[in-house]
Ligand binder design. Structure first.
Ligand code: SMG
Ligand code: MG
Length: 381
């Protein structure tokens, strides 16, 4: 879409959409201010087209705690509304998907999963990789790791030391009231002043906490991510004016218009881009472009993706405006066995897949082995 490569890419004709729901245990529990997670339930979208098939991963969580979307809801809206609309449109490019699905309000994660599945089919059919299609400028990306709330400071230090030793280039600590200044101080003192360190509150604070959050300034953090509820842009403006640590929005940024508004109001000086949260990779690229024009750094967020979603995220993170390490950690950060080829950290980086489409292959035998519900199928009537 950026380099003219699209000129040679033809539309695909949609024949059917299959929905698969799988469960994958996490190698260790992941706790955020929303709660504790021990497994990842994943909705996979498999699009069958006349030109070949494509796979997409939906980043909705099992429960509606990070956003209003959740696996069961995403599966239902795809089955009942979105997939039938694609089948009616019949022949389309990935860049047409958002327009075809616009009639349904919200459901961005569900829409993003369909768009990336169509994109996978389309780019595979024409022999183009996601990296080429997106406009990637580097063959590998710097990786950070997101570290959950731990049972104790000692346990946290041990976990962070392990990631440091694996080579991660940036550490992100989950924080919440009662788990903030003390763990941040301990990790900063263990890592030293040069290490890239940031925090993510997942909306756990209120405007009444501004004085408290100001204490984080002494730890030289890269950023503080989403301290307040997503709708409250004004509270983030107040915080950004009150502290030195840059404020970075995640949950609040749902599309390019909101991103530009938040930047212009000084609510955020760095943006976490998650394609699922904004309705797809094409909208994610538009946010990247808008931020780049305004000299606002961006980084690629994560939603505990399998190798399928990770492959696309790594390609996105290779765009020029992604100047900070992303939550694009290796497969073994979350999973003992991945759904695709494993992503392995080399010198703190992951390689951008070079093959056509997402560049990874879904291990369909695992889709069957790990299924938690029977697959659903939407075809032409
Ligand atoms: O994929 O490593 C990952 C997860 C990174 O912390 C992460 N994601 O708010 O940024 C975030 C969270 C959302 C998922 S936890 C509910
Ligand atoms: Mg976040």
């Amino acid at each position: 879409m950026r380099t003219g490569l699209l000129g040679g890419i033809d539309a695909v004709e949609i024949e059917a959409v299959e929905l698969h729901r799988i469960g994958m245990p996490l190698v260790r529990p992941f706790e955020t201010s929303f709660g504790r997670q021990t497994a990842r339930e994943v909705l996979l979208v498999h699009v069958l087209t006349t030109e070949g098939d494509g796979w997409g991963e939906c980043v909705a969580m099992a429960d509606p705690v990070y956003s209003s979307e959740y696996v069961g809801g995403a599966a239902a809206v795809i089955r009942d509304y979105l997939a039938p609309a694609l089948l009616t449109a019949r022949t389309l490019r990935a860049s047409d998907v958002a327009g075809v699905l616009e009639f349904a309000v919200g459901h961005r994660m569900a829409k993003a999963a369909l768009e990336v599945a169509v994109l996978d089919a389309q780019t595979r059919a024409s022999g183009v990789s996601f990296g080429e299609y997106f406009g990637a400028v580097r063959p590998e990306v710097d990786c950070g790791v997101s570290v959950g709330i731990a049972p104790s400071i000692d346990a946290l230090l041990e976990e962070v030391a392990g990631y440091r030793d694996e080579g991660y280039r940036r550490i992100k600590l989950k924080i919440k009231p009662g788990w903030d200044v003390e763990p941040v101080a301990a990790v900063r003192s263990m890592l030293g002043s040069d290490a890239l360190l940031q925090v993510d509150a997942n909306t756990a604070y209120t405007i009444a906490d501004i004085d408290h959050l100001r204490q984080l300034d002494e730890f030289g953090l890269l950023l503080i991510e989403q301290p307040f509820v997503e709708e409250d842009i004004a509270a983030h403006v107040r915080l950004a004016h009150a502290i030195d640590t840059p404020v970075c929005l995640d949950e609040s940024i749902t599309n390019t218009t909101v991103a530009i508004d938040a930047i212009e109001r000084d609510a955020t000086s760095i943006i976490n881009i998650k394609p699922g949260r904004v309705g797809g990779y094409l909208e994610a690229i538009r946010i990247h472009d808008a931020c780049r024009e305004r000299d606002v750094p961006v980084w690629c967020g994560g939603m505990l993706e399998t190798g399928l979603g990770r492959a696309a995220n790594v390609a996105l993170a290779a765009l020029p405006g992604f100047t900070l390490p992303g939550d694009t950690s290796a497969s073994n950060r979350y999973f003992a066995d991945d759904l695709t080829e494993s992503f392995v950290l080399v010198d703190g980086r992951l390689a951008v897949p070079a093959g056509p489409g997402s560049g990874v292959t879904v291990r369909t035998e695992l889709v069957d082995d790990w299924q938690v519900r029977p697959p659903e199928w939407v075809g032409r009537a």
